[in-house]
Design a protein around this ligand. Structure first.
Ligand code: GUN
Length: 294
């Protein structure tokens, strides 16, 4: 058996296209959603990511409001900027790029963001809304995982889902989303006993551990849907070259799974598309407009 390759680039382009259609409809009512991105410091990966965000924000017709601050920026200064963005009526969504420099308390900054502008869905109010089934802004990467799983399994009700990883950014929220879809959810992590056996239960396996190719083909139930969140840079086959791999040993998994997301080109492209969907949702919700189905 060779697994279906779940194409994240295609699904992300479809979602961005839908966002662009809805942004065009808002434009005819004189509304242009604004998405503010704050980058502190010069982490190269963050710089690349923020650059892509900016380009795609403009491509769907939204206003991109960018604040690039030096690594020496103080916590107070950043909190003052967040307060100004909260108060700015032109700003519908606020994203503070993580990681922040070590001298800034990221938790303090994230709780300072207005929950209704929190397009990352990291504010404890949005975490609580998601956990209690209230409408909320849903973290982008987890949202992307579930959107991709549903391209091959539209109804997740009653299925066994295993999430490997318990981070606040991916593991916990993806588990909440799968639960909201009525899957039976297990969150596994570094202290889980007999992890391969737990993974073999899964109809849907979400790997979000950040360890290159940790999940082996023999851990996967034949026919399972595998969503690989890992983006790990490892030594390439030629000296001096590197390549990206996921948390799943793809070549082994593809022979067992029913469907699988590749790395790159799987979950990765969905994150920014879901961010734009969240910015549109925030823009509509703040104006009391109905939320478009995307
Ligand atoms: N750094 C890596 N991924 C993300 C993300 O989704 N949001 C924010 N704010 N920072 C990140």
């Amino acid at each position: 058996m060779t697994a279906i390759r779940i194409d994240g680039a295609t699904e992300a382009a479809r979602l961005r296209g839908r966002v662009a259609e809805e942004v065009a409809r808002l434009a005819s009512a004189g509304i242009q959603p604004g998405l503010a991105v704050v980058l502190v410091g010069d982490d190269p990966a963050s710089g690349v990511y923020v650059g892509s965000k900016k380009r795609l924000t403009v491509e769907v017709g939204m206003r991109s409001i960018d604040h690039v601050l030096p690594a020496s920026t103080g916590e107070r200064e950043l909190l003052d900027l967040v307060a100004a963005l909260n108060a700015d009526p032109e700003v519908d969504g606020i994203l503070v790029q993580l990681p922040l420099p070590a001298h800034i308390d990221a938790a303090k900054v994230l709780v300072a963001i207005d929950p209704d502008k929190d397009v990352d869905g990291f504010h404890p109010v949005n975490v609580g809304r998601l956990a209690t089934g209230m409408p909320s802004l849903v973290p982008c990467t987890p949202q992307g995982c579930v959107r991709l799983a549903k391209t091959v399994l539209p109804d997740l009700a009653g299925l066994e889902a295993v999430v490997v990883g318990r981070s606040n950014i991916v593991g916990k929220p993806v588990a909440q989303l799968l639960l909201a879809e009525s899957a039976t959810v297990t969150i596994a992590h570094s202290r889980t006993r007999d992890l391969p056996e737990v993974c073999r239960r899964a109809d849907i396996l979400v790997a979000a551990v950040g360890r290159p190719e940790m999940i082996r083909g023999e851990w996967i139930r034949p026919g399972a849907v595998v969503i690989d969140v890992g983006i790990n840079r490892v030594a390439g086959r030629e000296p001096g070259k590197t390549r990206l791999v996921g948390d799943v040993a793809y070549a082994e998994a593809v022979a067992v799974a029913g469907a699988i997301t590749p790395v790159p080109g799987g979950v990765g492209p969905m994150t920014i598309a879901c961010l734009l969907a969240n910015a549109l949702q925030a823009a509509c919700a703040r104006r009391g407009l109905p939320l478009p189905a995307l």
